[in-house]
Design a protein around this ligand. Sequence first.
Ligand code: ADP
Ligand code: MG
Length: 319
Amino acid sequence: MISEFEIIRRYFTRPAPSAVLGVGDDCALVMARRGMTLALSTDMLLVGRHFLPNADPALLGHKSLAVNLSDLAAMGADPRWALLAIALPNADEKWIAAFSRGFFRLARRFDTELIGGDTTRGPLTIAITVIGEVAPKLALRRDGARAGDDVWLSGATGEAALGVAHLEGRVRLKGRAREACLHRLHAPEPRVRLGQRLSGLARSAIDVSDGLLADLGHVAKASRAAAELRWEDIPRARAIAECSDAALAKACLLGGGDDYELVFTAPPSRRHQIEAAGKSAGVRVTRIGAMVAGRPGVRLRDARGKTVSTPRAGFDHFA
Ligand code: ADP
Ligand code: MG
């Protein structure tokens, strides 16, 4: 049976040239580049809560880092380093090797170096801390939105939640729709490049992990302004547009979590630059509404100005 020490050496020790000191000592040592602040975030994934015991380990390695990188993206930060605390029920080397592969494949794409962590035995749990860099004045905070800003969305929301509905038997997806939704659920793409290009352009941003309305609601509240969305302008992925259950599709579009798109606000004078940022980051960006003065919250109207009813609010682990 492989030892804890050997697991760390074989599967979680890789060169970390940009750190002063990586895996192997009591602490890792890092230095921020001149004038940059460190952006830090942690997200935890638990078996039975965030994924099933039989989840594909390579996809899990990808997703557990992806959800963390998404937070850096939403701050407009450059990913630099990560720490990985993992509890494993047993030392299944095949499983650990696949997890490590999925993790480092994504880490390499975004120049993220693993510099430390903790490895212990227990119910499968993955807690990752990411460290990024952002110029202090350019961080995309939740409290930066102003009345008059456009509200933008990258990509489209709802596919991951529709994938969950499919797995739970609440809808039957087929072919390309099924593939797209399950891919989105298991292998989300953190919008790191977009976030980097938006820093200095957008005034506020958040990643959609709990649902478009809920997450934009956090921005509205922090910024003490209201968001007014145009129902017809919210982009629909094919699987959402063609879903046989329109009520479910709407609930996923507006309230589904786990898509890891960015919703952000920017003054109208930035429209061309934001379109260009989306192009160079390789992701569509769509204007879906505007920030207005008034009681903080998110309102949804159709083309004639009528209020569109909205599904339940975002996910709350303790609700
Ligand atoms: P300590 O007893 O000081 O906590 P550990 O034996 O837990 O040290 O870890 C030894 C080294 O391996 C440390 O540098 C730690 O950061 C690193 N490490 C442990 N587990 C992981 C992991 N899963 N991924 C990356 N680094 C790890
Ligand atoms: Mg330790």
